[in-house]
Each structure stands twice: as C-alpha cells, then as structure tokens.
Design a binder for this molecule. Structure first.
Ligand SMILES: C[S@@+](CC[C@H](N)C(=O)[O-])C[C@H]1O[C@@H](n2cnc3c(N)ncnc32)[C@H](O)[C@@H]1O
Length: 403
C-alpha cells in the first residue's frame, strides 16, 4: 500500500492521476487534490492502475451517490463528482484535447448545456443469467442483479421490477432483454422463448419476440420539436430526449437565418436532424448505413408530410460521391469512430460553405478537425451533456470554409 498520495489531476475517463515511484498511476474514484492511501491493482510497463484504500483528504467537489451498483456495473463513471464539477471536467477535457491535437491552441468552449436530472435514459440492454436479470460487472461476464437503475426512465425500472418478480417464481429461457420507453409507451424486445403467462405479467406494454410483434405493436412513437418520430425495435434514437431536443435546438438556431439551400445530413440515423431542419432549408439528403434506420427515416418523412427531404441507404464513404449539385451545408453526426478518410476527402471536394460536426467522442473529433483544417476553420464549439454521471459528452462544432 502507498500512503498519503496526492491526486494531481484527472484523466479523460474521470480517474485520479498520481505518480508512484515516478510512474503515472490512474486511481478509480479519486479526485484532483485529494490525498489517499492506494493499492496498485494492475501494473503495466508505462502505467499503473490503483484503487483507494483510505481517503485522507476529500475534495469539496465530491458527493455521495446512492447507487448500490456504482463502480461495479461500469455504467456511471463520475457520479461522485458534484454536477458543477462534472460540467467543469467535461469542458476542460474537450478544450485540452482540442489544444493538444488541433491547430486551435486557444479555442474556448462557447457553452455547455447541462441537465442534472437522473432517470434520463430511454433505452437499456439487460442480460439474463441463471434466471437473474442485470448488467454485467465492468469488464466481465459476471452478472449483477439489478432492481433499479438511477439513470433509467422510471417506466423502464417498473418493467425491470415486473420481470424480477416473474423470475422469482418462473424460469425464463432468454439471454438478453432490451427495454425502450418514450412518452407513456414501453417496448420490450426479447430474443428467446417466452410464455403467455410472462406476457400477461408485463401489463399493457408492447412486446417484440425474435423480431416479431407478439403484443400490441412493434414500435413506439415520439414527439420531438413538433415532429413525430416512429422508433422501431432496432432503430437508432438518442437516449436522453430532453437533452437531444436542446442539441437539435442548437443546430436549428445556427441554421435558421442562414438561408441554406441544399444540405447533407450524413450518418442520419432515423432522419431526426434532417427532419427537424426541413422548415429552414430548401432540400435535405440523409445518408445512413443501417437499413432499419433508413426504413424508419422514410416512414418519419411520410408521417411529417415532408417533400424536401430524401434518404440514401449505404455507407457515407460509398455514397457521398453520388451527390450532385451544389451543397452549402454538411451536417455530420458519426459514431465514436468519427469520419472515414475517404468521407473527409469527399466533403472537401464538395466544398460546402459550412460543416456542422456533431460528435460523441472528442478524440476522433479533434483528429477530424485537424484533417479538415487545410480547408475548414473551426469557428465555434458548444457542448451538450446528454449523459450525466458518465465521462461522455456531445460536441456541436461549426466549421467554415477558408477563404
Ligand atoms: C450517433 S448516430 C447519429 C444518428 C442521428 N444523426 C441522430 O441524431 O439520431 C450515428 C449513426 O451513424 C450510422 N453510421 C455509422 N457508420 C456509418 C457509415 N460508415 N455510413 C453511414 N452511416 C453510418 C449509425 O448506424 C448511426 O445511425
């Protein structure tokens, strides 16, 4: 054990950083300026990982988080930070990554939109093992039974209670359960065998088993910023509805008075961004690789009676070169891996006046801003905290063509 170790900073995952015999050491559940006794849990050539054995001096930015699974299930990472500290950490992290990996050494975050509300997630994937329902313990296949998760919509927790009650008396031959909720609706998605008795115990919710609807309907419907969105069992939909409305609000605010004619919505999922901006532009083309999401996007276009949007199914890097005519704005919202190199070259060749880059990973965002920097200048960056208690953060960047 190493005693009276001072934590000198935080890494990008919210772990405390200290030095033990001059080797950088990452400490779970330790905050900057705290003094702790630690035990090394893993020693590699270039770094150690450690856990706190005793807190000698605690940070005033620390709070208690009343979750029995915290630090075990791995879903939350920084729930022991006060919310103010969480936002400060996320802002500093994005700024530091930009300063380190892009030419924008003095770039400051324009704003960070936070939300301190728990119970925000509208989707969860749970596992079943030995007739028990729960999450896998961080980095393992060992199941932790879950009764109630502080991040999940109460309607999802209510279904978890019902399934747990059923499992106390009956056997269930399934491995994974996905539960989605929006407005007053719940959709339970199961692969495996279930009985009529199980369906009866779930109450009046929608149930899909082995991709087939078995009770009520196989989709849920949401209203977002005046638009209707139909979400099927495997369609992409952002998990924090309140915060995604604020994120799309930032995009609309930027687009509103700029009179863009033709817009590309790349990595469009179920078409939500494109559909929300339709009233403010002449035409939108969305590209998305998942056929189920494209199907929903086309259905959403019909539901909202829009004639100025179309969707193309396929990988952005394979379809983008088909686009003809002048495009004045490209919106990109890729997965964590960021933009493909070919997609970046094609975006540069199209030469839109502006690019709006929505990113869920600041590292790949910085890499791509750097790759675009010979043709596009980063003008502004706003952050939206869609994932309270985790180290994740969503960025919205404006890039403009260099003169
Ligand atoms: C972060 S989601 C964004 C979805 C949508 N913009 C929204 O706000 O709901 C990223 C989407 O990119 C899609 N995707 C990932 N790689 C892709 C690729 N190479 N080409 C096209 N779509 C891709 C995923 O299927 C997913 O729907």
């Amino acid at each position: 054990m190493y005693q009276n170790i001072t934590i000198v900073g935080l890494d990008d995952f919210g772990r405390g950083i200290c030095f033990i015999n001059n080797k950088i050491t990452f400490v779970e559940n330790a905050m900057d300026k705290e003094v702790v006794d630690v035990e090394i849990t893993c020693s590699k050539r270039k770094f150690n990982e450690a856990k706190v054995v005793k807190y000698k001096k605690q940070s005033p930015n620390r709070k208690n988080y009343a979750c029995p699974y915290y630090s075990v299930c791995g879903g939350c990472h920084i729930a022991h930070f006060t919310y103010e500290k969480q936002l400060e950490f996320k802002k500093k992290k994005v700024e530091e990554i930009l300063h380190r990996y892009t030419p924008y050494q003095d770039m400051k975050i324009h704003s960070i939109l936070g939300s301190e509300e728990l119970y925000y997630r509208n989707k969860v994937t749970l596992h079943v093992w030995n007739n028990k329902l729960g999450f896998y313990k961080k980095g393992t296949n060992e199941l932790i039974e879950i009764e109630n998760c502080l991040l999940l919509d109460p309607k999802i927790n209510a279904v978890i209670h019902k399934i747990n009650a059923y499992l106390k008396k009956n056997k269930l031959d399934i491995k994974e359960i996905v539960i989605r909720s929006l407005e007053e609706q719940v959709l339970l998605i199961i692969n495996g065998k279930i009985t009529q008795d199980f369906i009866n115990c779930m109450g009046n919710i929608n149930i899909v088993v082995n991709k087939k609807m078995v009770f009520n309907q196989d989709y849920i419907v949401d209203e977002l910023l005046g638009n209707t969105f139909l979400i099927k069992r495997n369609s992409f939909y952002q998990v924090n509805k309140k915060q995604v409305a604020r994120l799309y609000g930032l995009i609309i605010e930027f687009i509103k008075d700029r009179h863009y004619q033709n817009v590309l919505d790349l990595y469009c999922g179920t078409g939500t961004i494109g559909i929300c901006i339709c009233p403010y532009v002449k035409h939108v083309i969305g590209i998305e690789k998942e056929s189920s999401s494209i199907e929903s996007a086309k259905e959403n276009q019909r539901l909202n009676h829009l004639s100025n949007i179309e969707f193309i199914e396929g990988k952005v890097e394979e379809k983008i070169d088909m686009i003809q005519g002048k495009i004045d704005l490209i919106i990109v919202d890729p997965s964590r891996s960021g933009l493909n190199r070919h997609a970046i070259s094609s975006i540069k060749a199209i030469q839109p006046k502006d690019i709006l880059y929505v990113s869920c990973d600041p590292m790949t965002l910085a890499r791509d801003i750097n790759l675009l920097s010979d043709s596009y200048e980063l003008k502004k960056i706003d952050l939206v905290d869609m994932f309270m208690n985790t180290y994740h953060i969503e960025s919205v960047c404006v890039l403009s063509k260099l003169k």
